[in-house]
Structures are given as C-alpha cells and as structure tokens.
Design a protein around this ligand. Sequence first.
Ligand SMILES: Cc1cc2nc3c(=O)[nH]c(=O)nc-3n(C[C@H](O)[C@H](O)[C@H](O)COP(=O)(O)OP(=O)(O)OC[C@H]3O[C@@H](n4cnc5c(N)ncnc54)[C@H](O)[C@@H]3O)c2cc1C
Length: 408
Amino acid sequence: MTLTTRYDIVIVGAGPVGCCVAALLAAEGVVPPTRIALLDRRPPPESRADDSIDLRVFALARGTEKVLLRAGAWPAVGARRLSPYERMIVWHASVPPRSADALTFAADECGEPNLGHIVENRVLQWALYRAACDAGVVFHAGSLRSLGFDRQGVAVATDDARLCARLVVGADGGRSQVRTLADLGVSTADYSQRAIVAVVTSARAHERTAWQRFLGDGTLALLPLADGRSSIVWSVPIERADRLMALAPQEFARELTQDSDDVLGSLTLASDRAVFDLGKQLADDYVRERVALVGDAAHVVHPLAGQGVNLGVLDAAALVQVLQDATREGEDIGAMRILRRYERWRRSEAQLVSAAMDGFNRFLARGHGPIAALAQRALPIVGRSALSKRLLVERALGASGELPRAAR
Ligand SMILES: Cc1cc2nc3c(=O)[nH]c(=O)nc-3n(C[C@H](O)[C@H](O)[C@H](O)COP(=O)(O)OP(=O)(O)OC[C@H]3O[C@@H](n4cnc5c(N)ncnc54)[C@H](O)[C@@H]3O)c2cc1C
C-alpha cells in the first residue's frame, strides 16, 4: 500500500544544495520544519573526524560561508579540517608562476582574513543535512518516480510513498528527474574533457595558496588542504585523461609535476584518483507552477573556477528569500508569479558565470590562435590593474552581484 504524507515543500535530492535549501528554510522559519521533506535514495554518508579525506573538495566563497552560518551548518563544517586559503595564483603555461606575469590575489590586499575555504564534499553535505534534520526536517529514503500536478499542489511519488506538497524543489543534480518530469527543457554542451581529482603531497609547502595553471590543453588546480597536502582538479581532453588514469602512480605524479610547472616541487600521489566527465548545462526554465530547480539541476558549469556549489548555495538562499517574502505577504509559495521572481534573479547569474567559464576554458585553458594569444597577454595586464583585480576578488569571494540577504 502506498502511504500519502502531506508537506508544504518537498525537496528532491540531499546533495549539498538540496540540504542547504532544507536547512535554510528551517532556519528562516519559512514554513514549520516538520512540513518540509527531503527525499533522496539514501541519507548522505556520515562525516567522522577520522575519515580519510574526501576526493571531492570545494573552494567555498565568503558568500557561501555566510549562508552556511545562517543555515546553522558552519560550526560543524569548521570543526572538520577546514582549510582557509589566503592567496590565489593563476598563470598561463607561457609564463612562470612566481612572476609579475602571473595573476595574484591576496586576502590581506583586500582587508580580508582569507579568500575562502577548501571544504570536503562529505563534510559540507553532512553538516547541512544534520542542521536540517536537527531543526525538524523529515528525511524520506526513496527515488523519485513521478510528479502529478493539480491546482492545489504536486504529488511526488516514489516506489512506496506519495508526498503531497505546495512546492517541489528539484535539487537532484545534473541528470535531474524533476526537470524531466516537469517538462523543463535544458541546453547542453560537451567540453570533451574529463577532470581528474586526487590528493597529493608536495616537496614544498602550499603556502595556503590556491594555485591554478592554464595548460594549453586544460587546467590544473592545486587546492591547499589543512594537513599540508593539496587536492588536485586536473581538467584535460578525454583521451589524455584516460591515459593519465591508466598510468602507474609514479608516472602519473611525474606528469602532474611537469604540468604544475614544479610550483610546489615534486608531487606524489597520496590517494586514489577519481575522474568526472565535464559538460555544460543550462535549464531553459528554472520554474513552472509548483516546481523550482536549484544547483546542478538548474545549471552545470565548468569546474575551473570552482563555482558550482557556490552558485547552488546562492540559488538556495535566493529561493528561500523569495518564499519567505511570499509567505509574509500571504501568497501561495508554489504560484508561478512567485517562482518567476527566483528564476529572473538566478538564471541571469548562472548564464553569466557559465559564459565566463566558457571563455576561460576556450581562450586561456585550451586556446590557440589570435584571440587566445590576446587573452593570454591580457592576464598580466589584469594583474596590474587594481580595479580589475578588485572586481575579480569580489566575485571570487562571492560578494558581487545581487546577493540574497543570507549571503550579505
Ligand atoms: C571535478 C569537479 C570539481 C568541482 N569543484 C568544485 C569546487 O571547487 N567548488 C564548487 O563550488 N563546485 C565544484 N564542482 C561542482 C559541484 O560538484 C556541483 O556543483 C555540486 O556537487 C552540485 O550539488 P547539487 O546538490 O546541486 O547536486 P548533486 O551533488 O549532484 O546532488 C544531487 C542529489 O540528488 C539525488 N538524486 C538524484 N536523482 C534522484 C532521484 N530520482 N530521486 C531521489 N534523489 C535523487 C542524488 O542522490 C544526490 O544526492 C566541481 C565539480 C566537478 C565535476
């Protein structure tokens, strides 16, 4: 027998963004927490102090940190191997990293204690999930099978349950079933690249610096971890990624050290390697009556500037704010004219970030030809312009654009 339970809001997907929507809705008191359901196949894995480092790490911007604080999750994130980074150095393969031709951002130059934090996916997801559940949000284990709409609401069906609500939030990632079942179109493009992630040790200290090199055929990021090691995100063409994955650890590390321009000396593999296909996706519409998409369900961007989760967390904060204002005005939170406010706000931001990532990838990371040469020459010029640097730092800190209240 299928059990029917009634909620105000059902969130499909307990990834970092879905958990953030749940925790923030509860913290802001938009609806009573017990009227919010979080649906995923299984709860996120528990994060324990003695876990080995998760291969997936995120560079979280200041705006994201503020939202997590507001959602009640930041103390738990901070208790686990939080790694602040104080500098960011970006350089092209045609110039040396420790030179005036590299683009350097330093926290102390802009009066900030740091530029952001490197946080493990498992830590982030668990902290947000706990904050939501501790506040009273109800977790349901199950996989979304169908959505049914009528004038009053939406019915979310799994194999053995039916959850009725006024609004369903699709936080179910790049292959969103909510998006498909709600008939929301999506534009996709393939980068023909894969990203390899792993943990490495280095001969020289990482200096609490996030290093990023544009390689000519991709990008390599070295993100500083709290224990002195670094996490790599190495985005290269598919054939090269497959070859690198097949190499023995020592040969892999040798090629990695070469691609890093020896910036931290010799690198040694300290973990397994994982690989991700890279593609771009932008949902044509983020909303329809009784449905809103957030995070990767709405947009997948190239990871070269580590913007994915940051964008998703700001989606969460913007949606919660729109819903909060609607409930204060006594409006229906699933009504199209309410949800359109969220879509207008966030879709343009995701388009902007996606286009910027495309440009970096085309002209700096992989570029050849006159426009690429121009872009590469422009990098040091940007580095010498205080205004351009300020604008870029504000974006990296997540302090630019129209920020939701929770991110200010
Ligand atoms: C190599 C790489 C490096 C990256 N580095 C960064 C970085 O440094 N900084 C950054 O901000 N971003 C980064 N990103 C992007 C980031 O990983 C994503 O933006 C982020 O994981 C999206 O979170 P999400 O919660 O929207 O989706 P997901 O994390 O994909 O979560 C979706 C959830 O939905 C659930 N789900 C799916 N379908 C169903 C269903 N039918 N029923 C029930 N549940 C379902 C899944 O089980 C999952 O738990 C990186 C991405 C890659 C590939």
